[in-house]
Design a protein around this ligand. Structure first.
Ligand code: ACM
Ligand code: ZN
Length: 497
């Protein structure tokens, strides 16, 4: 049995007689320099006459390819994307057969248009090189959609020329969850361009996320008028949902948001934009004269509706710039008055009608969570939500992920199962499990870290221990801080009446 991850649509062994490959040379193709280097450094064999031939077949779909291996390996594709994915498959074949391969025929194309991975660089900053490495890891899994979570309570990560404080001050937290050292970092606009261009080399589109109106403490720390009751608040130095969110009742806040979007859209040309919308406590809005006036002016019922209005407004603004727009469905019980063309990154089962969404199930694809919550088996068994599903996205939140080493441990092997659902349309543990040993050998070859089987599918005792460790860290003074803060604001609001 040939073991490939993700599984290809069709595979056939034409002739089992093995052909030894002693050199690898790529024929003429549309591949980027980066993609070619990535492949050749994997193979690490002497160069010779081209023995991997690329044929253009414009009858194939964009990401579709066929491979016939043999003395010469012939790859047919319509363009760069299919060529790239053929090479990813070929890497696995070469490794598996130790460069003595049978004659194999593969015809392959993806089920979903969007095959995503989200990296939260807000809680912890990841360097340009780290992000590029993550892009190569995505490509190896035939993913094509990088969701770049760039703004958070704990850090602002993208240079915005109109608001220099965002990075001068907003990119630095005084301490982290793990130690009392300051932590920070940001990408210059030049570096963002470099990352986007690198992603394009690997057929990956980039969707930036500007998380609003919640998760905005790093911006509020720089420009305090952005919140309802302006006062000096630091960049958040601990996890937890913050009660000080953007004041959407002020015209100046809306202008700020649009200004940031203007600059971000210049840097991210791929046609997608994410506006957050998750975890927005309404404590301040309920008391804020600006927000209450806005609710009255618009004839809205309450602060919940005010958020729907805000999301719709900002969605329209991004849409006017040609973007398809997404927000989190995270704590939504229903769709409220959100426009139906506002897409969801959908975290759980809920009725979303015809609304487009990307499946980011918090029970399968929240890979920051311990394996005791989401085992490898759970990820493999998840079936995409019914409805207008554009694809599947794995999300790596980083409250507990301070570096790439931990990122690898949480990501692999779960990404192997997730990418199979994204590419092949389904996975399933019984199908995946017999290929797991090969997948580990592939990760070893790449030198990418991972959770071993007894951690990835923990027994109940071990699973509970992982969860307890996670929860123990979650328990924090942050909840208390919110309560004291709320009391203070209530007093101020009352005195102003
Ligand atoms: C989320 O999990 N806060 C989207
Ligand atoms: Zn307000």
């Amino acid at each position: 049995m040939i073991k490939l991850i993700p599984k290809p649509l069709y595979i056939n062994i034409i002739n089992n007689e093995k052909h030894k490959i002693n050199h690898i040379t790529l024929g003429e193709s549309l591949l980027s320099r980066g993609a070619k280097d990535d492949f050749l450094s994997f193979c690490n064999l002497p160069q010779g006459e081209a023995n991997i031939i690329f044929e253009t077949d414009s009858s194939l779909e964009d990401e579709e390819y066929t491979i016939i291996t043999g003395e010469k390996t012939v790859i047919a594709a319509a363009g760069m994307a299919g060529q790239l994915y053929a090479l990813q498959t070929l890497k696995q074949i070469l490794l598996q057969y130790n460069y003595a391969i049978p004659q194999i025929e593969i015809k392959d194309k993806p089920k979903y248009k969007i095959r995503g991975f989200m990296l939260d660089v807000g809680r912890y900053f990841f360097s340009v090189d780290d992000v590029k490495l993550m892009i190569r890891k995505m490509a190896a899994h035939k993913l094509n959609f990088f969701h770049f979570h760039l703004t958070e309570d704990q850090g602002w990560r993208i240079e915005i020329k109109k608001y220099p404080l965002l990075t001068e001050k907003g990119s630095m937290r005084a301490k982290t969850n793990f130690n009392s050292k300051p932590h920070g970092g940001f990408y210059t606009q030049q570096e963002i361009k470099e990352i986007v261009s690198y992603a394009h080399d690997f057929n990956i589109k980039v969707m930036p996320e500007f998380d609003i109106p919640g998760h905005s403490r790093s911006a509020i720390a720089c420009y305090k008028d952005l919140t309802c009751f302006p006062r000096d608040l630091p960049v958040a130095d601990h996890w937890g949902v913050k009660h000080d969110v953007l004041c959407v009742g002020k015209e100046s806040t809306i202008q700020f948001v649009k200004d940031v979007i203007d600059e971000m859209c210049e840097l991210f040309p791929d046609g997608y934009f994410h506006i957050g919308g998750d975890e927005v406590p309404k404590h301040r809005w309920d008391l804020c004269p600006h927000c209450q006036a806005k609710i009255k002016e618009l004839g809205l019922k309450n602060s919940e509706d005010l958020q729907c209005w805000f999301m719709n407004e900002i969605k329209e603004y991004c849409k006017s710039k040609g973007r398809q727009v997404f927000m989190w469905s995270w704590e939504l019980k229903d769709e409220g008055t959100l426009d139906t063309d506002l897409g969801f990154t959908k975290c759980g089962e809920m009725n979303t009608g015809d609304r487009p969404f990307i499946d980011t199930s918090s029970k399968a694809y929240y890979i920051d969570l311990p394996y005791g919550y989401i085992s490898l088996k759970d990820t493999a068994e998840h079936k995409p939500f019914e409805g207008n599903c554009l694809g599947v996205e794995t999300t790596l939140w980083t409250e507990y992920v301070p570096d790439m080493k931990k990122a690898d441990l949480m990501t692999f092997p779960r990404l192997g199962a997730a990418c199979e659902t994204a590419w092949y349309g389904k996975c399933g543990w019984n199908s995946f499990e017999p290929r797991l040993d090969f997948y580990y050998s592939y990760l070893d070859k790449m030198n990418w870290g991972y959770a071993k089987p007894d951690m990835a599918n923990p027994n109940s005792l071990r699973g509970r221990a992982q969860v307890l460790w996670f929860e123990r860290r979650q328990l924090a003074w942050e909840g208390l801080t919110n309560i004291f803060d709320d009391k203070k604001i209530e007093k101020i609001a009352k005195s102003k009446k």
